[in-house]
Design a protein around this ligand. Structure first.
Ligand SMILES: Cc1cc2nc3c(=O)[nH]c(=O)nc-3n(C[C@H](O)[C@H](O)[C@H](O)COP(=O)(O)OP(=O)(O)OC[C@H]3O[C@@H](n4cnc5c(N)ncnc54)[C@H](O)[C@@H]3O)c2cc1C
Ligand code: FES
Length: 292
């Protein structure tokens, strides 16, 4: 059982949980993820490690409520527990001094890019961050990302903050202005990563993306996370989650992300119509029972 030390609402339906899990905190590196199961009957879901706290032996996970398990996770509070957390999984991000790196984050991708941008900054890179969201309410981790960026841009689809439009508009302008970008890291919805790659490909700027394919075991056994990269089948959980974006078949990824849509909708419907909506934390209940 792993205790939640802190819970924070970053934006509507976007939550940050700090979880005490010292064994994972000690080993984890930027770019890696965990797979968690809320309780014994729960589904396993992958979430990227967004922050580390050595003193408290904790990691932070930031997630968006999109379906049954993320909604159930959002119903937990500080001091509640999570049954299983496996990790760190996946290959860490490639961190070295590349020169100037543009970090392009869309929506909750900001949480995934944050530890990568921090590590790249520490390695001596100049960091240009472009943070995009549909509207200003959905922008997350602005202060954290801004504080480690040499240049920082915000874009919103509706123009409620920063540049009105999408993050590729700003990236295009920077490239056209001769910014001398040596590498791009793009993390967000698959469609956004696809268009960032289309923007950088003609300029031959190496572009790294983090893929969120459907995962089950997270250890290379089940094949559910397979993606096509450079014409070869790769397993996102063990070969990734980061890949050279110019080689990724994004259309296949987006199609595969939808294969369980019917089951996911059914699971959410049945969760929402349960009598008791809030997930009871068993270890907390046991502790209270012992105190009585
Ligand atoms: C390596 C990796 C890291 C991720 N990191 C984050 C993160 O830091 N923050 C965040 O908000 N989300 C992250 N995701 C996506 C997250 O795992 C899904 O949003 C979550 O599993 C949805 O579960 P659900 O039951 O709430 O929704 P569901 O209704 O079950 O699914 C909603 C959508 O989420 C995706 N999804 C569902 N099940 C899985 C699964 N087992 N594996 C992967 N995707 C799934 C599918 O596209 C699906 O259509 C990551 C995914 C991967 C592969
Ligand atoms: S999640 Fe099973 S092989 Fe990657």
């Amino acid at each position: 059982m792993f205790r939640i030390l802190n819970k924070e609402v970053l934006a509507p339906s976007v939550i940050r949980l700090e979880i005490e899990v010292p064994d994972i905190e000690r080993k984890a590196k930027a770019g890696q993820f965990v797979i968690l199961r809320i309780d014994e009957s729960g589904e396993r879901i992958p979430l990227t490690i967004s922050g580390f706290n050595e003193e408290r032996g904790s990691i932070s996970l930031v997630f968006q409520e999109v379906g049954k398990t993320t909604r159930q996770l959002a119903s937990l509070s500080s001091e509640d527990c999570i049954a299983d957390i496996v990790g760190p999984l996946g290959r860490p991000s490639e961190i070295e001094n590349f020169g100037t790196v543009a970090c392009v984050a869309g929506g909750v991708g900001a949480a995934v890019i944050l530890p990568v941008a921090q590590a790249l900054k520490k390695a001596g890179n100049k960091i240009i961050t472009i943070l995009g969201a549909r509207n200003k309410e959905l922008l997350i981790l602005e202060d954290e990302l801004c504080s480690i960026s040499d240049e920082f841009f915000v874009t919103t689809d509706d123009g409620s903050k920063g540049h009105c439009g999408v993050c590729t508009d700003v990236l295009n302008e920077l490239i056209a202005g001769g910014q001398g970008i040596n590498r791009v890291v793009a993390i967000g919805p698959a469609i956004m990563m696809k268009f960032v790659c289309k923007t950088t490909e003609p300029h031959k700027i190496k572009t790294v993306v983090s893929l969120n394919s459907i995962m089950v075991d997270g250890t290379g056994m089940c094949g559910s996370c397979r993606v096509t990269v450079g014409g070869e089948t790769k397993f996102c959980c063990v070969d990734g989650p980061e890949f050279d974006g110019h080689l990724v078949d994004f259309d296949e990824l987006m199609n595969r992300q939808k294969i369980y849509l019917e089951e996911e909708n059914l699971a959410l419907k049945s969760y929402e119509t349960r009598d008791v909506k809030r997930t009871e934390c068993r270890c907390k209940a046991q502790k209270e029972e012992g105190e009585r």
